[in-house]
Structure formats: C-alpha cells, structure tokens
Design a protein around this ligand. Structure first.
Ligand SMILES: Cc1cc2nc3c(=O)[nH]c(=O)nc-3n(C[C@H](O)[C@H](O)[C@H](O)COP(=O)(O)OP(=O)(O)OC[C@H]3O[C@@H](n4cnc5c(N)ncnc54)[C@H](O)[C@@H]3O)c2cc1C
Length: 420
C-alpha cells in the first residue's frame, strides 16, 4: 500500500462509494476508500426492503442492490479500498491514521480527504426514559441488523418509541416476521419519518401511530415485560391521567440519528450545532482546506439518492482540489436558514468557485401546510415556491444559479425561509 494518495475517503457506504467514483471520473487516479466494516455498502447492507434508487436508477431496488451497483463500479474502475480498516485520526494537514490486522497502524498523507462516515442512532442513554434497564430494549437499527443479517428475532410483542424512518421500516419488518407491533409512540406532534413510510409500514398493517406520546415507565427486571405510554402536552411533558400500559417483550428506539463526527472534531473541523455535521461551503469543503464531507456524516438524509448525488459532488470538488485546480480567494456569500427552515447545506457560496447551479438542502422545524419556500438575496425576495406540505421528516432543496447571483454584485447573504 502506498503512503500517499491524492484522495483518501473515510467510509465505504453509499456516500464514500459515489465520491470515489466521481473523483476517479474527474481524473484523479490515486484514490483509496478506508472502511471499518467487513464489506463495502455501509448501512444499506442491512436495509433489505425496497424503495431505494427511484431517483437515481428510476427503479425500486433493495438497499444491497442499490449498494451493489456502486460497489461493482468501484471494482470495475479499479479503485483501491481497504476493509476492516478503522480510521483513528485525521490531522489538519490531512495525515490519515488508520489500523487493521494486516497492516497494523499506518499513516497516509492525502492531498484531499473526504469524510463519509455516516451516522449512528441516538442511544437509550441519551433519551432519559425512566424505569429499569432490562434486556429487550434495542435501537431500531440494531434490531434491523439482528433480523436481516444475523437471523435473530429480538422479540414477539413490540412497542416502538420514535417514528424515524428506521423505526417505521422495522414496524413492518417485525410484523412480516410474525411479531405483534402494538404501537409506535412519537414525542413530537408529527412523525420524524417519510410520509410514504407511514403509509406503507404502519397504515397498511394497522399499526397505530401515537403522536405527542412517550414512554414514561419500563417494567421488567431481567427482561422487559411492559411499558407505560402517556400523552405529552405542548411542553413535551407527560399529561397525568393519560397513561396506558402495553405488555411487550421488546422496545425499539428510533429517536434520531447523529452524524459520526468524532474524527471531524478531533481534526478541528467546525461543526454545525443544528446538524451536528461539518459546516461546508459550495464545494462541500469543511473549515479545514482539502477536507470535504458528504452523506449522513454531513447531515442526515431521507433518501440515499440524495446521498449519492451529494457525494458525487464532493468527489468532483475533492479531485479538483487534489489537482490544484481550485481558485483561491473569492468573495464568500453566507447562506442562512430563516423562518421555519432549521439549517442549510452548504452554509456559504463563492460565485467564482461555484458550478452553474448550486443545490441547497434544508429541513423544516415543524409541519407546514400550503406554505412557501422563499429565497431572499439580502432583502430582495428572488424565489417563492408554494408547497402543499413541508415536514421535518422530508429534506427539501432549492437550486440557485450563478447567473441569478451575478445580477446582485453586492450580495452578502442568501436566506432560505419557509413562510406561511
Ligand atoms: C441503522 C440505520 C438504518 C437505516 N435504514 C435506512 C433505510 O432503511 N432506508 C433508507 O433510505 N435509509 C436508511 N438509513 C439511512 C442511510 O444511512 C442512508 O441512506 C445512507 O446509507 C447514508 O450513506 P452514508 O454513506 O452517508 O452512511 P453509511 O451507509 O452509514 O456508511 C458510512 C460508512 O462509514 C464507515 N465508517 C464510519 N466511521 C469509520 C471510520 N472511523 N473508519 C472507517 N470507516 C468508517 C461505516 O462503517 C460505514 O460503512 C439508515 C441509517 C441507519 C443508521
């Protein structure tokens, strides 16, 4: 193995794969993917349901099928990758320290690094649920792995807390495997998942979704035997007298995903307090020059198609950086989220460096019906698009053009807003 590469990609999930392919297609030969798992494909390997790739391939694929198309391309293009290889550290100078059983600890000097480490689930410890800590409580992703990869059923009588997409998918999966899913309880007054998953995974199987509800007690010392669920008020506190007890042997938690940014933090990459992912510019470059980010480590996506699209962009811009073809300097325009929008990715854009078009992605902080997505160039509104529904579970995007920005030579701030 070489000690220096033009581009080192950390993570071989859909983001890392798409970034590697795009980097190679952009003319960079020396690319390596470092993946801590025993195979490429990331979390998609355990997502055996269909619904992937509608945008990218115009067909419905399972997670492994979707991943396979990218893995095959990586292999066909002869892109190097190392499995069972954990990246331990990235220095601000882009020295990547990793280890595996074969090579021990090693350091690669990279001209550019692409962060593609994905995300992990919020654990029980971060959720503040009272009661005992018996066996039978799993994150929805762990249960997905047990059922789809290891071939074990976590239990037969299931309650799910949190209505993120993985929880919704697992409600259906556990039902199909013969379990009784009693309900999905969601603290917020809206679901954190996609509408299509609520319909296809809950409604089609008669599984109740209890919005504004949470688990207030867990019973069972050795193994979980029941949970108590109560309604919560606008302050998210349980309302006395609304408690209902559900016997169960399994509680699945689907209460949010957290980008895997320990490496980014130790490298000194600036993180957004909203997304918990790196703050990036139009090239998906972080606050450390030559370090790029894409996929769920940047912000949690709803559809893998957008992960692949975003990662391809990171691959192209990292290749340009490694080839020394990036224009230095240029005026940065800030992109802010306002109104009901929580954040934007990217956070800045430089007109001199951007492509003809820039995709800006964001999420709403609440459910909006018949609302408008508006874009302001400083005080001037330049775009207004009506949307029937905007929900926190669905990522939104707008496209800005360079032409349009050039019409505002003194432009300082672009604001994306959701307005009623
Ligand atoms: C449990 C779970 C289930 C999901 N189920 C679905 C679903 O059913 N449908 C859906 O559309 N989306 C699902 N998602 C969302 C899904 O993560 C994204 O669509 C997509 O997989 C994100 O791609 P990614 O490459 O950014 O991350 P990932 O697929 O998570 O890939 C990241 C890769 O980076 C590797 N990595 C991390 N840290 C290191 C390190 N230090 N060194 C080396 N390698 C490292 C990981 O091993 C992993 O292979 C799920 C997410 C999770 C967490």
């Amino acid at each position: 193995m070489n000690k220096a590469y033009d581009i080192v990609i950390v993570g071989g999930g859909p983001a890392g794969l798409a970034a590697a392919i795009a980097a190679r297609e952009s003319g960079t030969q020396s690319v390596i993917i470092l993946e801590r798992g025993e195979q490429l494909g990331g979390i998609l390997n355990q997502c055996i349901h269909n619904g992937f790739g509608l945008h990218t391939f115009k067909e419905e694929l399972t997670g492994p099928e979707y991943a396979h198309r990218f893995i095959q391309k990586v292999i066909d293009m002869g892109i190097e990758y190392k499995l069972d290889t954990m990246v331990m550290d990235i220095s601000p100078e882009r020295a990547v320290t990793a280890m595996n059983r074969e090579d021990g600890m090693f350091v690669i000097d990279a001209k550019a690094v692409i962060l593609a480490m994905g995300c992990r689930e919020r654990p029980r410890g971060a959720l503040n649920i009272p009661g005992y800590r018996p066996a039978g409580i799993f994150s929805a992703g762990t249960a997905q792995r047990l059922v789809n990869i290891e071939g074990y059923m976590p239990g037969r009588e299931v309650v799910i807390l949190g209505s993120g997409d993985i929880g919704l998918i697992m409600a259906r999966r556990m039902t199909l495997e013969g379990a009784k899913v009693k309900c999905v309880a969601e603290l917020m007054p809206y679901s954190g998942g996609l509408k299509r998953n609520i319909v296809q995974c809950l409604d089609d199987f008669g599984i109740p979704l209890l919005l504004s509800h949470t688990v207030v007690d867990i019973e069972g010392k050795e193994h979980i035997t029941a949970v108590t669920i109560a309604e919560v008020g606008a302050d998210r506190r349980p309302i006395k007298g609304t408690e209902v007890r559900y016997t169960c042997d399994t509680l699945l938690l689907s209460c949010g995903l957290i980008p895997e940014n320990e490496l980014s933090t130790s490298a000194g990459v600036r993180l957004s307090p909203i997304t918990n992912g790196p703050v990036v510019n139009e090239s998906l470059e972080t606050s450390i020059p030559g370090v790029f980010a894409c996929g769920n480590v940047l912000h949690v996506h709803d559809l893998v198609d957008y992960v692949s699209e975003e990662a391809a962009k990171a691959g192209q811009t990292a290749a340009r950086y490694a080839q020394g073809a990036v224009e230095k300097g240029g005026r940065e325009i800030e992109i802010h989220a306002g109104g009901g929008a929580r954040y934007t990715v990217p956070s800045t854009v430089c007109i001199d460096r951007m492509d003809d078009r820039l995709t800006v992605r964001f999420r709403a902080g609440d459910v909006y019906k018949d609302a408008y997505v508006s874009v302001y160039f400083d005080e001037a509104r330049v775009m207004r698009k009506k949307k029937r529904i905007i929900a926190p579970g669905e990522m939104e995007q707008i496209i800005l053009s360079r032409e349009q920005m050039k019409e505002y030579p003194d432009l300082k701030t672009i604001t994306v807003k959701i307005e009623r």
